[in-house]
Design a protein around this ligand. Structure first.
Ligand code: PLP
Length: 376
């Protein structure tokens, strides 16, 4: 059987070992050290917009920190995109806050501004003014930020940008991750660059940055008194992983190029009567195309999809659906939701194509050949 083709696998550039070794030989291996600082400042320079960063042990913990900085606590409502990974909503639940799920729109597959506003009006009418809005740049595609931020401003409710998948993407030339009031990245193994596991919080100033570092370090008072000002967390990134981040950062732009090249290939080769790729709708949107994703058009989508699943298995190609809507997840009881079922439709009709930055031309060819065959 031919080698397995994965949706998104780690991509080493060969320098990781060197940097990690340096962390080890200098004996700076825990949650303080040169590489953490360097990784943070490299990222700050890259994303611009005068932001400050905090390297953490995962994207999920970065979201948790973002909610804490905004002051979300038990019983607060938080508006949250329903078409996403469970990690988008879990930190809301850690805080015993209440997620209110918002559907996506058809252009970007991200939070629909109309349903966001409908939800805001309704929640406020019910006396439940939401504390925050969590927007995702799904699969790397920037959301409709002009509209979403206009609404956030008008209702004076801050936005957390879950840009876990969107490092290297931008909206109107501004980097994803910096568009909301707070943002996060993930460096999990399947993301565009990886520290094996890891994440980053993007905040606006030194005060927020210090506060996040404090909460991520057991909320230990910075005056060295060994007092703890609150319940804290152990969420800082280790210097070993910081070293890996510095190494991986060096090829970030190349990874964006490679993933975009995959997407261009799929755009050229996929049968447009059957497959509709997630697309940049105009020049404002620049996606890193972390994953190239498609939906199957037409009435016959169920048959086409089951063919694809079967053929992918036969050809040793990993298959994955688009996100199962969070408001339908079995672990949530009676979730509140505003929408018209578009996220459900994405799940039913959609799937992810192999999108690794280290996909070879012949692997891309294998995938597109299978996608041709499934129509027969
Ligand atoms: C990967 C991911 C996360 C979580 O990141 P981890 O580093 O795995 O904790 C959060 N949100 C989205 C949309 C993701 O894809």
């Amino acid at each position: 059987m031919e080698d397995r083709i994965y949706i998104s696998k780690p991509h080493m550039n060969g320098e990781e070992e060197l940097y990690i070794k340096k962390a080890i030989t200098t004996n700076w291996i825990t949650t303080k050290g040169h590489f953490i600082d360097e990784f943070e400042s490299l990222m700050e320079k890259y994303i611009g917009a005068n932001k400050r960063t905090v390297a953490l042990n995962s994207g999920t913990s970065a979201l948790h920190m973002a909610l804490i900085l905004i002051g979300v606590s038990e019983g607060d409502e938080v508006l949250c995109q329903t078409s996403s990974f469970a990690a988008t909503v879990n930190p809301i639940l850690y805080l015993k806050a209440v997620p209110v799920f918002i559907d996506s729109e058809e252009d970007t597959w991200n939070m629909c501004p109309d349903f966001l506003e409908e939800a805001l009006i309704d929640r406020i009418k019910k006396g439940k003014r939401p504390k925050a809005i969590v927007v995702v740049d799904s699969y790397g595609m920037p959301a409709k930020w002009n509209k979403l931020l206009e609404i956030s401003k008008r209702y004076n409710i801050p936005v957390i940008e879950d840009a876990a998948e969107a490092l290297g993407s931008s909206y109107k030339k501004q980097k994803c991750g910096t568009l909301g009031h707070l943002g996060i990245y993930s460096f999990n193994g399947n993301k565009i660059i990886t520290t094996s596991s890891g994440g980053m919080l993007i905040c606006n100033n030194e005060r927020e940055q210090k506060n996040a570092i404090m909460y991520a370090s057991q909320a230990k008072d910075l005056d060295n008194s060994n007092k703890h000002v609150d319940i804290g967390y152990n969420y800082r990134m280790s210097n070993i992983l910081g070293a890996m981040g510095v190494a991986q950062f060096r090829t970030l732009e190349k990874r964006v190029e490679q993933r975009r090249k995959n997407n261009t290939y799929y755009q050229k080769t996929l049968n447009k009567d059957v497959f509709k790729l997630q697309q940049e709708t105009g020049n404002d949107f620049f996606s890193n195309f972390w994953l190239s994703c498609v939906t199957i058009v037409g009435k016959d989508f169920e048959r086409v999809k089951s063919n694809i699943i079967e053929l992918f298995q036969l050809e040793n190609i990993e298959y994955r659906n688009l996100w199962f809507p969070l408001h339908k997840q079995p672990f949530l009881e009676d979730p509140i939701y505003y929408g018209n079922g578009f996220a459900d439709d994405l799940f039913k009709r959609g799937f992810c194509l192999p999108s690794s930055s280290n996909l070879t031309d012949s692997e891309l060819y294998r995938v597109s050949a299978v996608l041709d065959k499934c129509l027969l």
